[in-house]
Design a binder for this molecule. Sequence first.
Ligand code: LLP
Length: 404
Amino acid sequence: MPEQLSHEQLLQYAKEYGTPLYVYHTEKIAAQYGKLKAAFQKSDTRFFYACKALTNVNILRFMRSLGTSVDCSSINEVRLALYSGFRPDEILYTANGIAFSEIEEAQSLGVNINIDSLSNLEKFGRRFGHSYPAGIRLRPDIMAGGNLKISTGHNKSKFGIPVKKIDQAIALAERYDIFVRTLHIHTGSDIDDADIFVKGIEVLFDIIPGFKELESIDLGGGFKVPYKKGDKEIDIYKLGEKVYDAFSDYEKKNRKKFSIWFEPGKFLVSQCGYFITQVNVLKETEATTFAGVNSGFNHLIRPMFYDAYHHIENISNPAGTKKKYSVVGNICETDTFAWERSLNEVREGDLLVFHNAGAYGFEMSSNYNSRFKPAEVMVKNGIAYLIRKRDEFEDLLRNQIEVL
Ligand code: LLP
């Protein structure tokens, strides 16, 4: 099975299901997972798919069929993971800033929990003592990631317990006899440099001796995948070697072996996703020629929110002469997907496809401007399945209570 969907397939799905449309290709997910398995085969690893990237239950079930576990960032993601068939021990709940009641709920559901503040660690200790394992999320004070909004490990970030406060975490663990089974760090998203992970491991090696019952080290997610021409995927094989070397060294010196956990989101699902839109309007202005599509940042927010680049193709006219267009959405405020992008000649009615739309695409969509959320299709073994209907008018009213 090829790892990419062809223009013909995408044109066919657009015709069958309408646009705007998200399409996910499971063979690409499997290929990415295969790379992870191969790269880390020498180490004892577990991969928890960071499902915040894309939570459709069919994608979750597909992940489970591949053999991944799942990382959740809210109690509802935990519920979705359970609903999709993951066992509690295959689920990890790494949240931040949550009420202790959610931690209690996660405990009652039997899932793994990473705790991200001293206050929740103390409450956890008081409530559960040694009876339930805990992971501790640390902030390693490392700056990494594609841009500041998606950097989580630096010294101004809200995430995790700052490494400088590690003594307080150790003191709490001792006072309440907390069973600290995992240490966790997640430094950021779009990390292209394997050495950032090594830096994180070094920070952890200083801390590990403070926790005697550790079984696993969770290095989070953030592996970069290419979005634009010239972008490189993180060298996952080099990372696999470096992680193996660091931990086998540690094991030799300290006679202590760990299971190594990762939480990949984009690496598994970014490239599997295609977002198909249709050009409603062409507008020539003195500044640029706008190609206005039947979508907007309500459906794919990454360009407006992170200045993210998504490769765009005109699949209706792939041999057309290249010209520059600014691709914009129909939301009633500035809504730019790409400025002065070179595309094969665009005509009204043409279909424009956005690549790398699997991760944080549909998942971050909204009903802003009272537009419908798009439909989602999953393609597996060449067969396309509708896995979410497009919204309908009733969906906009669903939770409204009419009092006037
Ligand atoms: N683990 C934790 C604790 C995380 O916070 C995240 C992402 C991941 C794993 C997965 O990171 P990934 O492998 O996907 O890079 N919406 C942004 C990305 C936000 C990432 C948030 N945390 C975007 O579209 O670029």
